[in-house]
Ligand binder design. Structure first.
Ligand code: SF4
Length: 220
């Protein structure tokens, strides 16, 4: 039964949502993922920040510095000014400089391709590592952020308390054929329909399988 539910979940999402490469993609159009290094920096900038603000900061930054060598040459003050549109710009400045230095010291300036080595970089958490492995290095890995975590729990695919728990279980139970694009479909559902506040249940594709549909609708 539960297996049927997860398959139905992915069948509905994959039928109705495009993958990022098929959408008008501001991220790609603005060069945020032109290179592995820019992808990594862009994802690090994106934590807790709306995409528009990430693009503003990333475009300004990449006009000045888009390699580890160029990032470490910036002073903290210069880097802060460039990435000020994103949340936690002070902490991200520190992480970007330390991460860039680690790449130069340990990886010949290249972004490593294993989860273990990615997670050893300053400021790179599991979501960031999963996105790199999924989108840049061809891995079938589902990156989990708050949107993905929320949707999976509301629909009733999982009952988890943290993004980490969600990532561990959803990567284990998702059939392989859905893993490559699962993050893209679920995040669109979370950002556009199953929003944190006031989910749009009346327009939702998942009403027939959603465990929270009636609960959430009482408060709508
Ligand atoms: S029915 Fe409502 S709570 Fe369930 S997935 Fe859709 S928007 Fe979210």
């Amino acid at each position: 039964m539960e297996n049927e539910k997860i398959i139905k979940f992915y069948e509905i999402l994959s039928r109705d949502f495009k993958i990022f490469a098929e959408n008008d993609n501001d991220w790609e159009a603005n060069g945020l993922s032109d290179t592995d290094f820019k992808s990594l920096v862009s994802v690090m900038l994106s934590t807790m920040t709306h995409t528009k603000r990430v693009i503003t900061a990333a475009v300004a930054l990449y006009e000045v510095a888009n390699t580890p060598q160029e990032i470490v040459k910036l002073t903290d003050e210069e880097l802060i000014e460039l990435i000020r549109p994103v949340a936690h710009y002070n902490r991200k400045t520190k992480h970007l400089k330390e991460m860039s230095q680690q790449l130069l010291d340990k990886h010949a300036g290249k972004v490593p391709r294993t989860e273990e080595k990615l997670l050893a970089l300053q400021g790179v958490g599991r979501k960031c590592a999963s996105i790199m492995l999924n989108f840049n290095f061809g891995g079938n890995i589902i990156a989990v952020d708050s949107h993905v975590h929320r949707v999976l729990n509301r629909v009733g695919i999982l009952k988890t308390k943290t993004n980490e728990q969600t990532a561990e279980i959803i990567n284990r139970i998702t059939p392989l054929k859905f893993k490559k694009h699962a993050h893209e479909w679920i995040i669109q559902q979370g950002m556009n329909t199953c929003t944190a506040r006031k989910p749009k249940c009346s327009n939702c594709l998942l009403v027939t399988i959603c465990s929270e549909y009636k609960v959430v609708n009482k408060t709508n």
